[in-house]
Design a protein around this ligand. Structure first.
Ligand SMILES: Cc1ncc(COP(=O)(O)O)c(C=O)c1O
Length: 152
C-alpha cells in the first residue's frame, strides 16, 4: 500500500487527500479477493521521513474500512508518540482516531532500551493465551507492572 506522504508520496500537497480513498479501495479489493486484512500498521506521523503529517482524515477512513473487514488497527508510535508532538501526546490524536494496538518505544524508556505494546484487555488476553510468545514476553504495560511486582 502506498505511503500517504503528502510531501514525497504519489499525491502531494492538496492532492494528498487522494491517498485515503486509494487505500480504502486496496483494502476492499483484498477482502473481495478472499484475503481480508488481518491488521493495518502505519506510523501516525511520518517520523523517519521528516515529520510529515498524514492527510486529514486518512486514518479515520482506513481504520473504518479495516475494522469493517475484521482487521485490527495498529499505530506505530515508536518515533512520534509519547510526548514528541507538542499538543498531541500520541500521533493518532492528530488524526482523531483510537487504534486497537499502539506500539511504542524510544521516548518511553528515556534512553533505556524498552518497548511497549499497548492494547485493549480483550486483545491482550487473547495474545497472552494464543500468541506465539510465552506470557512473560508479551510486553503490555500491565505485564511490565507485573514483572516489577514479581521482582522479575
Ligand atoms: C518508526 C519506527 N517503528 C518501529 C521501529 C522499531 O523497529 P525494530 O522493531 O526493528 O526495532 C523503529 C526503529 O527505529 C522505527 O523508527
Amino acid at each position: 500500500m502506498a505511503a500517504a506522504n503528502s510531501y514525497r508520496g504519489a499525491y502531494r500537497g492538496a492532492e494528498a487527500s487522494r491517498h485515503a480513498p486509494e487505500a480504502v479501495a486496496d483494502i476492499v479489493a483484498l477482502a473481495d479477493a478472499g484475503a481480508p486484512v488481518a491488521g493495518f500498521i502505519r506510523e501516525t506521523v511520518f517520523g523517519n521521513t521528516g515529520g510529515v503529517l498524514l492527510p486529514d482524515g486518512y486514518l479515520a477512513q482506513v481504520y473504518e474500512t479495516v475494522r469493517a473487514h475484521g482487521g485490527l488497527t495498529i499505530a506505530d508510535e515508536v518515533q512520534v508518540g509519547y510526548g514528541q508532538l507538542g499538543d498531541w501526546f500520541w500521533g493518532f490524536q492528530q488524526q482523531g482516531v483510537i487504534p486497537d494496538i499502539v506500539a511504542a518505544a524510544k521516548s518511553i524508556g528515556a534512553g533505556q532500551p524498552i518497548g511497549a505494546v499497548i492494547t485493549r484487555r480483550d486483545i491482550a488476553d487473547r495474545y497472552r493465551t494464543h500468541g506465539p510468545l510465552p506470557p512473560k514476553r508479551t510486553f503490555t504495560l500491565g505485564n511490565l507492572v507485573d514483572m516489577f511486582l514479581e521482582g522479575v
